[in-house]
Design a protein around this ligand. Structure first.
Ligand code: FAD
Length: 148
């Protein structure tokens, strides 16, 4: 079967939902609360691939792989948690300002994956790193530090 098949990886994205979150149980254990949403987007993406199969000289049927990392594998399989300390301009909907500084505190910056407003549907690490460098430049400028 492997010799005659071709794998495709389709990535779609859940839309932000405050109920999809990390919770602490009374005994201190971590629990993920998750309900999938935006399935229409996923189905459209899947249909798009199916329509392209003939052009790719592939058979026009797909065998669904039901392995879904966020669902079939428990907590350890969830790889792209983000948005727990979102950035934005409105303190009512974000904890950080656009420079990733806490709205309410002058000396607290957060530059990990939590600043995301929404998941990206792509791997997040490069964006996390780029943002950390952006915020670093902002902090240097704010304190008048010039690196030669
Ligand atoms: C299995 C798996 C595969 C992945 N593959 C990819 C991939 O291919 N490409 C990609 O872009 N992304 C991938 N990701 C996602 C990516 O790894 C994360 O999104 C990213 O590492 C998050 O970066 P972060 O800085 O927000 O947090 P982390 O990288 O989790 O860093 C948090 C750090 O804080 C430390 N820490 C925690 N608590 C404390 C404390 N109290 N005091 C001091 N330090 C503390 C932790 O030890 C850790 O070093 C993958 C994730 C997983 C789980």
């Amino acid at each position: 079967m492997a010799k005659h098949s071709l794998d495709f990886w389709l990535t779609s994205e859940d839309l932000p939902d405050p109920e999809n979150r990390v919770l602490l149980k009374k005994n201190g254990e971590i629990r993920l609360h998750y309900t999938e949403n935006n399935m229409e987007g996923h189905q459209r993406l899947s249909a798009k691939l199916k329509n392209m199969l003939n052009h790719l000289r592939c058979e026009s049927h797909m065998i669904p792989n039901t392995l879904y990392l966020g669902k079939k594998i428990p907590l350890a399989g969830t790889a792209h948690q983000n948005g727990t300390i979102r950035f934005g301009t409105d303190p009512h909907t974000s904890a950080l300002d656009v420079n990733c500084k806490a709205h309410d505190l002058d000396n607290l910056y957060v530059v990990d994956g939590s600043f995301f407003v929404s998941s990206t549907a792509v791997n997040p690490s490069l964006t996390i790193m780029a943002n950390a460098m952006r915020v670093g430049d902002h902090i240097l400028e704010r304190f008048g530090v010039h690196l030669s």
